[in-house]
Design a protein around this ligand. Structure first.
Ligand code: URP
Ligand code: ZN
Ligand code: ZN
Length: 471
């Protein structure tokens, strides 16, 4: 299968030019001007942006959590991602307590069997180093292409680990070439605040935020940074939501420490007041860390501009409002934590980041594709448009007007965090490894066509295969 993409504005993290891209089989084999080549499919991209497929480094599909299971499985999550221009994601395998990492990985791979549309990598969420996985097994995960681990410093009694587990995992990562990821909140302090609030009869959704103040995120972020530095491990702080967490990351990066951070689309747009919506509507915005006071949004924009934060993910962890969020109607601590978002990241960041002048197009590509690829061992096979790279390509119409809504999104969630928001600019055609995934309103590829991607160790490049020889 060959595809010729003609006359589009090719935008990578570094480049911006009008050109043609030729795809053979799964990879880009030629980039040039006015290429005159026969192809099975020719796409006229005049007036369109040609972007690398976006990579979402933080998602939760088909994940048991909060007394239920996230509503998007691999197929619905991937469909939603594909329509949003995301061609690869890295999902969290959650190690069930008592299970080995190998068992957990197998369970997650089974969830994807016959359902994958986009390519998938896995992070390992470590919950237990005593009865389940061992340090030796952890050290072997990079050999299987699983080159990042996440540790939860919150969710006491569920996923939270103690500092000993965190630190030992960091030591293993330092030696085995893995990247440590942390969910940074002080779970012990939050647990005390949650119990106190409930004892006082404070049960509404807004107490989700009021019992997880920004300082608990700032404290844990700084603790993780200091411990990673002692262990000599690289660290990636997930879903940074507030100034209190941005500041220690900025300090560490300024000092040249190997610390990176991401934020997620929703933290730029949803603030604390959304949790105060009446009639339990606030439950739609119960995710963790919680929506913060609005002034944090400009802090986050500044941080992604200055590379204090290096990636924007979605933390897609979708539940239905009607049924699943209702588990916590009388107790905010029982509302499953998480929200949908895998589909709208590119549209939202293009509209409010690029169109409104907060970041450049190149920086948008860097935050949504290139940096996730570099940090998570996928570059240069993915995350850019280069000869030899996977032909993961988004033909993006910068003038297409779309109103975001649960009525039209492809997630199974019955609400959209950005309901009614109007954007100008949306993916039109999405290719994954040269195959058309989405064209207009149609899902073209078949479930089962997405593949597991083995990721390179932290700091190593994943070599693209040699470009296919042309006849
Ligand atoms: O609320 C969230 N973020 N749910 C997903 C789990 C996590 O903490 O990433
Ligand atoms: Zn988290
Ligand atoms: Zn998450």
């Amino acid at each position: 299968m060959s595809v010729l993409i003609k006359g589009g504005r090719v935008i990578t993290a570094a480049d911006d030019y009008v050109g043609d891209i030729y795809v053979e089989d799964e990879r880009i084999s030629l980039i040039g001007e006015s290429l005159d080549l026969a192809a099975d499919k020719t796409i006229d991209a005049t007036g369109k942006y040609v972007l690398p497929g976006c990579i979402d480094p933080h998602t939760h599909l088909d994940m048991p959590f909060g007394g239920t299971v996230t509503i998007d499985d691999v197929e619905s999550g991937h469909t939603s991602a594909a329509f949003g221009g995301t061609t690869c994601h890295v999902d969290f395998v959650i190690q069930p307590k008592g299970a080995t990492f190998g068992e957990a990985l197998e369970t997650w791979q089974e969830k994807a069997n016959g359902k994958a549309l986009i390519d998938i990598g896995y992070h390992m969420a470590i919950t237990d180093l005593n009865e389940g996985g061992s340090l030796e097994e952890l050290a072997s995960l990079p050999d299987q292409g699983v080159t990042s681990y996440k540790l939860f410093m919150a969710y006491k009694g569920a996923l939270m680990v103690d500092d000993e587990t965190l630190f030992k995992s960091m030591q293993v990562a330092a030696e085995s070439g893995a990247l440590v990821m942390v969910h940074a909140e002080n779970g012990d302090a939050i647990d005390v605040l949650v119990k106190k609030a409930l004892a006082e009869g404070k049960t509404e959704p807004r107490y989700h935020a009021l019992t997880r103040p920004p300082e608990t995120e700032g404290e844990a972020t700084n603790r993780a940074i200091q411990l990673a530095h002692v262990a000599g491990a690289p660290l990636y702080v997930v879903h940074v939501s507030c100034r209190e967490a941005v500041e220690p990351i900025a300090r560490a990066r300024e000092a040249g420490w190997r610390i990176w951070g991401e934020t997620c689309t929703q933290y730029f747009f949803i603030d604390y007041t959304h949790l105060e919506k009446p009639d339990f509507e606030g439950a739609k915005y119960v995710y963790t860390p919680p929506p913060r006071p609005k002034e944090n949004q400009e802090v986050l924009w500044a941080a992604v501009r200055s590379d204090v934060l290096s990636a924007i993910s979605t933390d897609h962890c979708a539940f239905s409002w009607g049924e699943q969020k209702a588990l916590g109607r009388d107790d905010f601590s029982k509302i499953p934590n998480g929200g949908p978002g895998i589909e709208n990241r590119l549209q939202m960041i293009h509209q409010f980041g690029v169109r409104e002048g907060r970041i450049t197009l190149n920086r948008m590509v860097e935050l949504l594709a290139t940096n996730p690829a570099k940090l998570f061992g996928l570059y240069p096979r993915k995350g850019s448009l280069a000869v030899g790279s996977d032909a993961d390509v988004v033909i993006f119409d910068p003038e297409k007007q779309v109103t975001l809504s649960a009525a039209t999104h492809h997630s199974r969630s019955d609400y959209n965090l950005f309901e009614g928001v109007q954007v100008t600019g949306s993916p039109e055609i999405v290719l994954r490894r040269g195959e058309v995934l989405v064209e207009g309103d149609e899902l073209v590829a078949k479930p089962g066509s997405g593949q597991f991607v083995r990721r390179a160790r932290f700091g190593e490049e994943l070599k693209p295969a040699a470009a296919p020889a042309r006849a």
